[in-house]
Ligand binder design. Structure first.
Ligand SMILES: Cc1ncc(COP(=O)(O)O)c(C=O)c1O
Length: 454
């Protein structure tokens, strides 16, 4: 499959060390007039001009290989021509419709349902962010069960609105804003590199999942019967953490047994990212509710929705509303993107290319002292940095240094993880082998230089 023409041919190309003078001017303007909570340009100081495929150009003419992908939004790549054409055609037709039906909306719903397993037969569009999809999923679960408690997981990320933030484990996001919604309980995720039970995945017998069962069944666990369990089938912001296959299947079974609604958050993993169309498919399960956003809007047009079992469809009209309940341009773009993702089998491509990237990264395990773990699924990958491999003491400063050195050499990466010590790769799924290889080469060089300088 030829995807190379979608990206800039010259990538990577550094003409002026970033941030160049034009970037600096825009960064200075932003610092002067925008809020102090702006974050990404602090780690990747530059201003962007245009993007193509798996590459982006800054305003100073530097061209980067993009392993960041707009935080898992740009699965079909920047400015994909089919998606641009679909969006442009829609802009001159109709752009806003609240939740009044229109042909573009119907086409996206049909496409989405054609990709989902049968019992997930209803789609609901709320506000345009992933956080809003999480809010609506939780409301639906509470309304149906008439229960209040929720179970979420350590390392989980679900968004920034108060309800979604309550479900995030990261204290740096939430501790200044407590209390949030009550009765959210956290259980350990199957983060095998840092197993809280000090077990090894080969012999742990899924102790973390059994612990969850104890929490849900022991009358003295202190946790009331939950309305829902919300979980990422593969964790994103938590550090590209892939649990053993049986972990999610165990939770599914438990939810069946205890009549708890299972919400799988596919906002980051959806639409081919992890090597399957949806990450829950790695475990062979079907959730009760699934959340979608990010790549659903094709090129970053804002949209989110949930899909769920028909029997949960009980919310009376108006129980979850908002001005931007879907976005007509996003419907058209999303439909065109989903067509491209399926026609070109981008999940399969992500699976194959991700495997190649992991193989290429493997040499770091012996050549570098600060790489503790290399992991991921499809094109959602993570490299966890530690001060030394035996203590596993997190090394966020190495991750930051590597990100900065990659940037200077023409590669964009993201940082995440419990300790912000995981380099994360979320490239557009139209990444090609040559760009992937060059990106890995730059990354390895950056790791070496970061280690030499510390
Ligand atoms: C798994 C997951 N859920 C929810 C969200 C929140 O989405 P948004 O930032 O669009 O509100 C994110 C964002 O990164 C996410 O990764």
């Amino acid at each position: 499959m030829n995807l190379r023409h979608l990206s800039f041919p010259q990538a990577p190309l550094i003409k002026t060390p970033p941030p160049g003078p034009k970037s600096r001017e825009l960064l200075d303007f932003q610092a002067e007039y925008e809020g102090s909570a702006v974050s990404y340009p602090r780690g990747l100081p530059m201003a962007l001009q245009r993007g193509r495929g798996a590459t982006v150009e800054d305003v100073d003419g530097n061209i980067y290989i993009d392993f960041f992908g707009g935080a898992a939004v740009l699965n079909v790549g920047h400015s994909h021509p089919d998606v641009v054409a679909a969006a442009l055609a829609q802009v001159s037709e109709l752009t806003h419709s609240l939740d009044v039906p229109n042909p573009a909306r119907r086409a996206l719903v049909e496409r989405l349902l054609s990709l989902l397993p049968d019992p997930l037969h209803k789609v609901f569009f709320g506000g345009p962010t992933g956080s809003d999809a999480v809010e609506s999923a939780v409301k639906l679960a509470k309304f149906n069960t008439k229960r209040y408690p929720l179970i979420a997981f350590s390392g989980g990320y679900h968004g920034m609105s108060a309800g979604a933030l309550s479900l995030c484990s990261g204290l740096s996001f939430k501790e200044d804003f407590l209390p949030l919604i009550a009765e959210v309980h956290f259980c350990p995720y199957a983060y095998c590199y840092r197993c809280p039970f000090q077990k090894k995945p080969e012999s742990c017998n899924l102790e973390c999942a059994h612990y969850l069962e104890v929490v849900l069944t022991d009358p003295h666990s202190g946790v009331g019967r939950p309305a829902a369990i919300i979980v990422e089938a593969i964790q994103g912001e938590g550090g590209s953490v892939v649990p053993p296959e049986d972990f999610i299947a165990f939770i599914r079974e438990l939810c069946h047994k205890l009549e708890i609604i299972l919400i799988i958050d596919e906002i980051q993993t959806g639409f081919g990212r992890t090597g399957k169309m949806f990450a829950f498919q790695h475990s062979g399960i079907i959730p009760d509710i699934v959340t979608f956003s990010k790549a659903l809007g094709g090129l970053g047009f804002p949209i989110s929705c949930i899909a769920y079992r028909k029997e949960l469809d009980t919310l009376p009209p108006g129980k979850h509303i908002g001005t931007f309940r879907g976005n007509v341009v996003a419907y058209a773009a999303g439909r065109a993107a989903l067509d491209f993702i399926t026609d070109k089998n981008l999940p399969g491509h992500a699976q194959q290319l991700g495997g190649r990237v992991i193989e290429e990264l493997k040499s770091l395990e012996k050549d570098s002292k600060s790489v503790g773990d290399i992991r991921g699924a499809g094109l959602m990958l993570g490299v966890e940095f530690v001060l030394d491999r035996s203590s596993k003491k997190p090394a966020p400063e190495v991750a930051r240094k590597v990100r900065s050195l990659c940037h200077k050499r023409g590669l964009l990466i993201e940082i995440g993880g419990h300790y912000f010590n995981v380099a994360r790769f979320l490239p557009p799924l139209v990444l090609t082998e040559d760009l992937a290889d060059e990106g890995v080469r730059i990354f390895k060089e950056a790791v070496k230089e970061a280690e030499d300088s510390l």
